[in-house]
Design a binder for this molecule. Sequence first.
Ligand code: PLP
Length: 388
Amino acid sequence: MQDTEAAETLLCHVARESGAQPHAVNPSVVHASTILFPTLAAFEARKSARLRYGRRGTATSFALEDAVSALEGAAGTVLAPSGASAIAAALLAFAEPGRHVLVPDNVYGPCRHGCEDLLRRFGVEVTYYDPVIGGGIAALLRPETRLIWLESPGSQTFEVQDIPAILAQTRPRGIVSVIDNTWSGGLFLKPLAMGVDISLQAATKYISGHSDLMLGTLACAATVHDRVRAHAQRLGLCVGPDDAYLALRGLRTLAVRMRQHHETGLTLAAWLAARPEVARVMHPGLPDDPGHGLWRAQFTGASGLFGFVLNPVEKPRLAAMMDGLRLFGMGSSWGGYESLLIPTNPAALRSATRWAPEGQTMRLHAGLERAEDLIADLEQGFVRLGGE
Ligand SMILES: *Cc1c(COP(=O)(O)O)cnc(C)c1O
């Protein structure tokens, strides 16, 4: 992993001034709908004011927007009340009847559902592509292709995409690119610097970091920022000041937390890869992972989320393993300080590629507990897995 000192320093100092409480370290939590203007002239000029109406943001949400923009190297950031609403906003901002959209086959499930439901009803054609297609994407491009979606590594199966090879085909044709950058936390991958137009995150995950809020971020290049912001306004998307504040608080420690997620995740992945109960591990930080070379070239670290496939076992044995875990929780979402382990079913969400695992596919989130304690919990679990 490369040095993240610059990011650590940035995250401690960015977006601290809100004007409202000049001596506090942090910006205020501003609850507001109506914003008052002191004069008729100021009221009539309100369209050029950043602070003009609660739905358009207050000092608290502006601070979060500015911090995410600094982290992602964006011209501006648009907030949404969840990662899923950020996805819907990005899809709809560029949807028009007759247009064509490309989506990786391992995309986050609710994004696929958004494409199937929202986009198709708007008369947009959707093609799912093999996430490791690279420059081969050229064969799928059409004159009406408007948008390409990326997610790297992809949900549940963690294939790494060749982002520069894909952009080399799509950018010259003016195709807008959106990447779901939730896995890297916006820290280990810098999509905007690579030429991606929108880096989207479920801030619910690593930015928040504490499993206590729902929030989405759309970090935008200058070329698309106005369009995305306007579209989010049409949809009425806004974020409450308490959640914005919590996300900003989480962001302050993102770099240190991610360093630990990286280390613990890799330790657990390597340990699992050596276990007889495990058929294979999907973690791009492992040297023999198919995506390792691309990951090294594009990323500066790994988060704590990865997958593995168990050798075939009976369901009651899997239940015995899972039900007795002390440190790993079973539940949706990830990116908090706590470890999680769940079974997944990637095959159900594919149409362009096949997922044919040896046994049950699993997804593990390595939290901030000590790696040795997590390994001991898993080891006990494997005893139950193999028991009578
Ligand atoms: C969780 C997740 C989302 C959606 O975020 P929510 O805040 O739960 O709506 C989007 N993309 C990825 C990759 C996710 O894991």
